[in-house]
Design a protein. Structure first.
Length: 185
């Protein structure tokens, strides 16, 4: 598997990951990303994150299996007294159904923790949909603690979690990143 910075040539694969996730979530009865009209704004945000060097992809045999964005703090949720500069923020973490059973999402979270440590930041933080209890449970199993839930009227996300950057849940299957597609673990 290769973990590398996303490029604009990855946008079709990123949207395919999201559409696959939309279908899986709908089949599971989870009301997340169900409105196809949100795809355009999501794509625009991805493009900005790619251009800023914040979005990464995992590929295997040139198939994109996952993505994660190292986003700035979302100030709709995080407050100044949370010391937002002390964390790396996870956004748009999506794994393909083809990677099911490989702990790829958890391994990406470990990689994000390494990025936080390298930046001298003690926390990995995220927010996820308030109604997606299964996703919240995943993050809790991955060592996150629920901080609080915010509910701004214009957002469906707002369940906020954090874990120390020092947490490594999958030490036997670490991902390493590369600036160019070469062999990684």
């Amino acid at each position: 598997m290769i973990l590398r910075p996303a490029t604009t040539s990855d946008v079709d694969d990123l949207m395919a990951l999201r559409i696959e996730a939309e279908g899986w979530l709908a089949a599971a009865g989870i009301d997340q990303w169900r409105n196809p009209q949100t795809r355009g704004p999501a794509l625009a945000k991805w493009m900005a994150d790619i251009e800023a060097g914040r979005t990464w992809v995992v590929e295997d045999h040139q198939a994109v299996l996952a993505t994660v964005t190292l986003a700035p703090a979302d100030m709709d949720f995080w407050r100044e007294n949370d010391l937002p500069d002390t964390a790396v923020y996870v956004a748009k973490l999506i794994t393909s159904r083809a990677a099911k059973g490989s702990n790829l999402g958890g391994r990406l979270l470990d990689w994000v923790g390494r990025q936080a440590r390298e930046q001298g930041k003690p926390w990995v933080r995220l927010d996820c949909w308030r109604d997606n209890v299964a996703l919240q449970q995943f993050y809790l199993r991955e060592g996150f603690e629920h901080v609080r839930t915010e509910a701004p009227a214009h957002r469906l996300s707002g369940w906020m979690g954090q874990r120390p950057a020092s947490v490594v849940r999958h030490p036997d299957a670490l991902l390493t990143s590369t600036d160019a597609p070469e062999v990684t673990s």
